[in-house]
Design a protein around this ligand. Structure first.
Ligand code: PMP
Ligand code: GLU
Length: 391
């Protein structure tokens, strides 16, 4: 579609989200009765737990349907502060916590208050699709830090050093990561933190997949590694993945007081509070024991084991074993196809939906989500294997 040149320059740089559009296309084909196996989904395939739903229904019945404080209701912020302390060894008081409409919104808010025109935003690549677009929307310039599959797509301290410049303002970190499933260790984060502190680079740490982690890996929040890095970091999390609440739109962040205040001012004039009803649901979610997230994570780990085995057994395919999240970033370079045409063929010839790696900055790769049943995974892998053998 031709974009009207009278639209703002800012928006003309921005593309629609390929993850959202391909997922929607696959869902539509399924509704039309086509036997599509979708590996596109970026959301857990579990239902939101009943206690959470009940809290939302109770909120409606009690008339909890009006504006709330912009940055979230005090009982929710208290629970978020307790969660940060318990899970992440982070001490944020309630004035440092902002609840927003999803982690996506929290990240956008953080970039909006941190980035000046032409500031560089460092983004390890492959990256989640929305980071560069958000950087553009905030007037910044995304600068990609290429990572190596041999290092599980993790950015090293050296990679970071080489890509810093006088214009570098913010680094976006994501662990466990989408699309590569990499998990940074405490030691790796400590080295990155050291550079951020030395060069006064702000860090936005996107920890949305914290609870989906395998092989007894331990999630570490970079802000917990010392006061200096904590003072530079915005820690982002939310309930979409941990409690299968993608549609409820609740995310949150913890930040130094001045950044939190700036985000509060911004949110006052943009969205105001996240939905009152979802906030009550979030209270119920955070009051739940960890068993639900653990159950999901264990199930994802079984699927991870299965899909890795299948992919590693296929001709012309290889992959790095993901340690968290629910995606596998598959190397298709030996097929000599580019990722867009490869995914086009998967959909047209095999009725398989997957996301082309180019959307994450790495052509030559395809992202398969295993947030779908074992039965689907097995069916999709059978189709793929038969087809690849004939390629
Ligand atoms: N960060 C990453 C890496 C993601 O994959 C997602 C999923 N869409 C988000 C943030 C945003 O999640 P939400 O806005 O649903 O909380
Ligand atoms: N994070 C998910 C994904 O990467 C959801 C889609 C989106 O918000 O972009 O597929």
């Amino acid at each position: 579609m031709k974009i009207d040149s009278r639209l703002s320059e800012r928006i003309r740089k921005v593309n629609p989200s390929p993850t959202l559009s391909i997922t929607a296309k696959a869902k539509k084909l399924v509704q039309e009765g086509i036997d599509v196996v979708s590996f596109a989904a970026g959301e857990p395939d579990f239902d939101t737990p009943d206690v959470i739903k009940k809290a939302a229904k109770d909120a409606i019945d009690a008339g909890f349907t009006k504006y709330t404080p912009t940055t979230g209701i005090p009982e929710l912020k208290k629970l978020i502060a307790a969660k940060f302390l318990k899970d992440n060894a982070l001490t944020y008081d309630e004035r440092q916590i902002i609840v927003s409409c999803g982690a996506k919104h929290s990240i956008f808010n953080a970039l909006f208050v941190l980035v000046n025109p032409n500031d560089e935003v460092l983004i390890p690549s492959p990256y989640w699709v929305s980071y560069p677009e958000m950087a553009y929307l905030c007037g910044g310039i995304p600068k990609f830090v290429k990572t190596d599959p041999a290092n599980s797509f993790k950015m090293t301290a050296d990679d970071l050093k080489k890509n810093c410049s006088a214009k570098t303002k913010v680094l976006i970190l994501n662990s466990p990561s989408n699309p590569a499933g990499c998990v940074y260790s405490r030691e790796e984060l400590a080295k990155i933190a050291e550079i951020c502190v030395a060069r006064k680079i702000r860090c936005i740490s996107d920890e949305i997949y914290e609870k989906i982690i395998f092989d007894r890996e331990k999630h570490v929040s970079i802000a917990s590694l010392g006061k200096q890095i904590c003072d530079l970091t915005v820690t982002v999390n939310g309930l979409s993945k941990s409690h299968s609440m993608t549609g409820w739109r609740i995310g949150y962040l913890g930040a130094p007081q001045d950044i939190a205040q700036a985000i509060s001012n911004f949110q006052d004039h943009s969205t105001s509070n996240p939905t009152s009803i979802s906030q009550k649901a979030a209270v119920a979610a955070l009051a739940m024991p960890d068993a639900f997230s653990r159950m999901m994570s264990e199930e994802f780990e079984k699927r991870r084991d299965y899909i890795v085995k299948r992919i590693q057994g296929m001709p012309k395919f290889s992959c790095v074993v993901p340690r968290g999240a629910f995606y596998i970033f598959c190397d298709i370079r030996r097929t000599r196809a580019d990722s867009l045409s490869f995914c086009g063929r998967l959909l047209d010839e095999l009725s398989i939906a997957a996301i082309p790696g180019i959307a994450f900055g790495n052509d030559g790769f395809v992202r398969f989500s295993f947030a779908t049943s074992m039965e689907h995974i097995s069916k999709g892998m059978d189709r793929l294997e038969g087809w690849l053998k004939k390629l």
